[in-house]
Design a protein around this ligand. Structure first.
Ligand SMILES: NC(=O)c1ccc[n+]([C@@H]2O[C@H](COP(=O)([O-])OP(=O)(O)OC[C@H]3O[C@@H](n4cnc5c(N)ncnc54)[C@H](O)[C@@H]3O)[C@@H](O)[C@H]2O)c1
Length: 439
């Protein structure tokens, strides 16, 4: 099938590459000329395991092409997938300006019937707005061309995006047009060969499903973070509690890890946007509101422990930070807990030397005009002469360090572990002062 991806970020590029990989003819369109030039030159603008290989293979096979030309993009695919960003607006609601700009582009250039698919995470009612924007654009041109608008939210996880797209646990399709449903069933056929994973529903339910999923996952995290705070006060170990409740099949083990708060490009903005949507409809979502509040508090927990140990004035102190990305296997630093940790340490007068296996380039861009932070070539180098090590991301490479070398490298053997990577008794027996979360 001929498919156009509008927006070539984490979702658009992964979707485009995976659809091309099963034989479709995919054109990826983006307004960011630098990104498209990189992709045309065989470079991948983001880090995502396995993505480079499939992008290169499918581009070489001629099934995956890139453009900044809106007209070419619109004319290419019968299916137009909108995967542009929906960042938070000033009041926290999702900013739909990119989505609606994409819709207007389609209206301006379409010359044949189209199936427009909203893949971006968008509030309930957005499909109606997209439909209205296209209808208005066509009317202006005096054109009468059929189109339908479908909601097909994306559930891939950064860090495992290719794998998730290739083996989805569900494909949610919100549509009121049976022709569009048939087209999407055909498009997704290769990704669900063992059994049908397509869940067809009305458009509004599909739009809400995405927010419900992210809010539920964020709820589990905030719940565990709160209980971790309580466990510390009670002298209990949250890791035992986690295993104790996770073994109940009604609860399960996923997303029960306490830490330094959730971050990333989705949970924070989607939780806030869901709250705003509810408010716009006269409803105050108590649980979701508390999830957000608990997360804000949790982001400060690790640095609070640092200040408790070293005092509120950190002038002259140097801290090593392992992990910048909001989670492992990605270079995405949007809303990462590391940002809050760095900001607070610098504000208290400390300097920071950070290391991340893949997010360093991203971090250097973020902190290019900041003098208190430097970046080390290796994890161990970051710790040289530091008053303590802080861990913000649970990268595999941090899980089993050479503790003797670490002790020798640090000025004082102190670890603030925001991801509970180590067994407290073991680390303490090696002579470290160890501050995990909730243990
Ligand atoms: N990143 C994730 O893990 C993830 C997972 C599921 C859903 N989502 C949702 O998918 C959407 C995209 O997220 P992302 O992380 O891929 O964003 P991103 O910021 O990585 O990419 C968005 C891209 O859209 C481009 N763009 C903006 N306006 C455009 C326009 N009018 N025409 C063409 N291109 C345009 C931008 O230049 C950018 O390259 C968001 O709504 C997000 O909430 C993201």
């Amino acid at each position: 099938m001929k498919v156009t991806l509008i927006g070539t970020g984490y979702v658009g590029l992964v979707t485009g590459a995976c659809l091309a990989d099963v034989g479709n003819d995919v054109l990826c369109f983006d307004v960011d000329a630098r990104k498209i030039a990189m992709l045309e030159g065989g470079e991948i603008p983001i880090y995502e395991p396995g993505l480079r290989e499939i992008v290169r293979a499918n581009a070489a096979a001629g099934r995956l092409t890139f453009t900044t030309d809106a007209k070419q993009a619109t004319r290419h695919g019968r299916i137009q997938m909108i995967a542009v960003g929906t960042p938070p607006g000033e009041d926290g609601s999702a900013d739909l300006s990119h989505v609606l700009a994409a819709a207007r582009n389609i209206a301006e250039h379409m010359d044949a019937p189209k199936i427009v698919v909203d893949k971006s995470t968008v509030p309930v009612g957005t499909a109606d707005k997209v439909r209205a924007a296209i209808a208005e654009g066509l009317k202006k041109r005096g054109a009468d061309i059929a189109f339908s608008v479908v909601s097909n939210p994306e559930f891939l996880k950064e860090g495992a995006a290719v794998e998730d797209f290739m083996r989805p646990d569900r494909i949610v399709v919100g549509a009121d047009d049976p022709v569009a449903v048939t087209a999407l069933r055909e498009l997704y056929g290769p990704f669900q060969r063992s059994h049908d994973r397509l869940q067809v529903m009305d458009v509004r339910s599909a739009e809400l499903t995405k927010y419900a999923a992210n809010a539920m996952l964020a709820t589990r995290i905030s719940f565990m973070n709160e209980l971790a705070l309580l466990a510390e006060r009670l002298g209990a170990d949250i890791e035992h509690v986690r295993i104790g409740i996770g073994s109940d099949p009604r609860i399960g083990y996923h997303f029960l890890y306490p830490g330094t708060g959730y971050g990333g490009s989705c949970f924070p903005k989607d939780v806030t946007a869901l709250l705003r949507t509810a408010q716009e409809h006269g409803l105050d979502l108590k649980v979701v509101g508390a999830v957000e509040e608990a997360n804000e508090r949790q982001k400060g927990v690790l640095v609070d422990k640092v200040l408790k140990k070293f005092g509120s004035d950190l002038a002259g102190r140097k801290f090593a930070l392992w992990g910048l990305a909001f989670k492992p296997n990605t270079d995405d630093m949007r809303e990462a807990p590391s940002l809050v940790i760095i900001e607070r340490l610098l504000k208290a007068g400390a300097t920071v030397t950070a290391f991340d296996p893949v997010a360093m380039e991203e971090a250097e861009k973020t902190y290019k005009s900041e003098s208190g932070i430097t970046f080390a070539g290796t994890a161990m180098q970051a710790t040289q002469g530091a008053d303590a090590l802080l861990i913000a991301t649970e990268w595999k490479a941090f899980r089993s360090p050479d503790f003797d070398a670490l002790k020798a490298s640090l000025k004082s053997p102190v670890i603030f572990d925001g991801r509970n990577l180590y067994e407290p008794a073991v680390v303490r027996s090696k002579g470290f002062e160890y501050y995990p979360i909730g243990r």
